[in-house]
Design a protein around this ligand. Structure first.
Ligand code: FMN
Length: 144
């Protein structure tokens, strides 16, 4: 069975809501999914998955420290060619998603879902279907 891991960080829960809906979309499409916070994730375990999905909100025009630290550890995790995707909640600028997406694409040479999924906190309450669709899109790429 195809396997995906969704790793996220959140402060107020918005990116977590996105993560849960993305997991639902992946599962509905027949993918076996693990959901983890960044702090609990070991970069070495990522090689066992067909897709690695990273979620991070934007604070102070940046990603949060736990995700930044994980990205450094992911450099030698053997991710080249694996399916990747980035998502996250934002308020007005949303740089974290693009930064993570670009690192996964250009440094790790992953097969990225374009574009990453950014949603304003105010959109998320009614926008879980958009996240589920993103999960299904990731699943289609793994399963094709
Ligand atoms: C102190 C602070 C700084 C923030 N800085 C940014 C920012 O630079 N750019 C942006 O798009 N949103 C910014 N936001 C908004 C958050 O990204 C937004 O509230 C998001 O939904 C939080 O997601 P989370 O609940 O997953 O942590 C900031 C929010 C706070 C409280």
């Amino acid at each position: 069975m195809a396997k995906a891991i969704v790793i996220y960080e959140t402060v107020y829960g918005y990116t977590e809501t996105m993560a849960n809906a993305i997991v639902k979309g992946l599962k509905d499409a027949g993918v076996d999914v693990i959901l983890k916070k960044a702090i609990a994730t070991n970069a070495e375990e990522l090689k066992d998955f067909d897709a690695v999905v990273l979620g991070c909100p934007t604070y102070h025009h940046d990603m949060v420290t736990t995700i930044k630290t994980l990205l450094f550890k992911m450099k030698d995790a053997g991710l080249k060619g694996k399916v990747g995707a980035a998502f996250g909640a934002y308020g007005f600028s949303g740089e974290a998603v693009d930064m993570i997406h670009d690192t996964m694409k250009h440094i790790f040479e992953m097969d990225m879902i374009e574009p990453g999924l950014k949603m304003k906190g105010t959109e998320i309450a009614t926008g879980e279907e958009v996240c589920e669709d993103f999960g299904r899109k990731i699943a289609e790429r793994i399963l094709k």
